[in-house]
Design a protein around this ligand. Structure first.
Ligand SMILES: N[C@@H](CCC(=O)N[C@@H](CS)C(=O)NCC(=O)O)C(=O)O
Length: 229
């Protein structure tokens, strides 16, 4: 029997957090090697473990998988969270790409200068409330079902709940104009695996702080300045 998947990333959200969410939603236990030092990263590079010299990397089913989307798709398909046919998969892909774009705006936030953080915060709220959330609100309203695609819990729902919670951390009343999303959030948060992941002590990572930013920069030796989008 295959062992637990092992995740190689920093002790923070970044690109690994949607993978943690998806594994948790699927009820899969996982281990983590948290990168604290440049030496740990260089060892992975020297051992040829990082196909494109990047993390996230996940050891799963005898593979050393890189590329976030590839990893997510594999987990989603393996655990029946990727629709029942090609059309449902296409919808799931579209919805997932939308929330990925939104979460991308938040991902870079901790690495910005204070002035750029202010600009980026306004962009996040604007894009969430005018571009992304209205789409999911309409989808749920139009079909009247509990989940985004095929009346069945999927990767798209996992990504949406993650992104809603991330935006709410930046602006707590962001769902005030979105009754369908409020109900969706309550519903999905009550699914046992999700509920467990949301409880303190789970492997969900906290909002990134300065220590996380410093660790990423130290390990990757990346001291360039990130600009607001
Ligand atoms: N397309 C890749 C991008 C991964 C990526 O940019 N990883 C960063 C850390 S979050 C990294 O390893 N950067 C080091 C580098 O690019 O040299 C993915 O989605 O997994």
């Amino acid at each position: 029997m295959a062992g637990k998947p092992k995740l190689y990333y920093f002790d923070g959200r970044g690109k690994m957090e949607p993978i943690r969410w998806l594994l948790a939603a699927a009820g899969v236990e996982f281990e983590e090697e948290l990168l604290e030092t440049r030496e740990q990263y260089e060892k992975l590079l020297q051992d040829g473990d990082l196909l494109f010299q990047q993390v996230p990397m996940v050891e799963i089913d005898g593979m050393k998988m890189v590329q976030t989307r590839a990893i997510l798709r594999y987990i989603a398909a393996k655990h029946n969270l990727y629709g029942k046919d090609l059309k449902e998969q296409a919808l799931i892909d579209m919805y997932v790409e939308g929330t990925t774009d939104l979460m991308g705006l938040i991902l870079m936030y901790p690495f910005l200068s204070p002035e750029d953080k202010e600009k980026q915060l306004a962009t996040i709220i604007d894009k969430a409330t005018k571009r992304y959330f209205p789409v999911y609100e309409k989808v749920l309203k139009d079909h009247g079902q509990d989940f985004l695609v095929g009346n069945q819990f999927s990767w798209a729902d996992v990504h949406l709940i993650e992104s809603i919670l991330m935006v709410e951390e930046k602006s707590c009343d962001v769902l005030s104009e979105f009754p369908q999303l409020q109900a969706f959030k309550a519903r999905i948060s009550n699914i046992p695996n999700i509920k467990k992941f949301l409880e303190p002590g789970s492997q969900r990572k906290p909002v990134p702080d300065d220590k996380y930013v410093e660790t990423v920069r130290r390990v990757l030796q990346a001291y360039y300045v990130v600009k607001a989008t």
